[in-house]
Design a protein around this ligand. Sequence first.
Ligand code: KMH
Ligand code: ZN
Length: 298
Amino acid sequence: MTAENSNRPAARSASAGSATAGAGPATMITVAPTGAELDKSAVPPLPVTLEELVSTAKECREAGAAVIHVHIRDGDAQPTLDLGRLTDTVQALRSSTDLIVQLSTGGAVTDPFERRLAVLDAAPDGCSLTCGTVNFGDEVFMNPWPFMCELYARTQELGVVPEFELFDMGHVAALHRLLDKFGAPFGGHVHCDLVMGVPGGMPGDAATLVQAAAALPDGATWSATGVGRTTLPVMFAALAAGGQLRVGMEDTITFSRGRPVRGNAELVERAAALADLAQRPAMTPDAARAMLGVPDRH
Ligand code: KMH
Ligand code: ZN
């Protein structure tokens, strides 16, 4: 990368949140309960109302989640970026749980850039920020460079901690370019999510995960998400390689061997159990705040 690397943020410890003497660093678990792609009619346990989302959030917190990645739906259970609903959702999640509330700025593939930028006006703790365009099944998820720049500058201005979503190796290069140009994120720490196994993005396997993690900026922490049948291989690889975990019905609706997921909490429970087995138990939201540089707004 360029000599502008001096803009890079200082590293925060990736082992923040260690919970048990003799164990390895703790594991931050993010739950992505809803997404924008699934139909409630086809997947009844999908949380789409505010009540369903709050109740899922409480169950997932109980099961070991520290962060919630939020997409919301309208009265017809369709994806929406309505600012009033987003604001109510942030407030409801904040008053009923201590989870870090991260709003999606990706929305649905049909959402215009202006509405995706306006998501930050709902004052979440964090937001997703995808570092490039990617084929997304039969669709295209658009994240051109000028949009990334505008979104990143707004996170810095409004005090929202971004999570850099990386669907492809090229997105890692775009992340370096963004940090070189604009400097450290709000909160001073770089955290990424490797979104793997999307048809059109990087494959969800251990070799790709290790390669992508090694290419991240110095001091960055990272989670990994394996979509669909890559969920378990990516989870095992992330635990082995020192990463954090993202699970949820946005990414996976089959629990195992064809059995549909009954709810988000069982995905979090499984992630927490595997993290425990790896001697990297689930970290609390407060430990995740310390790791990510997210202020406590309760
Ligand atoms: N729904 C996808 C098109 C994000 O949340 O930032 C984009 C997405 C990424 O889910
Ligand atoms: Zn999302």
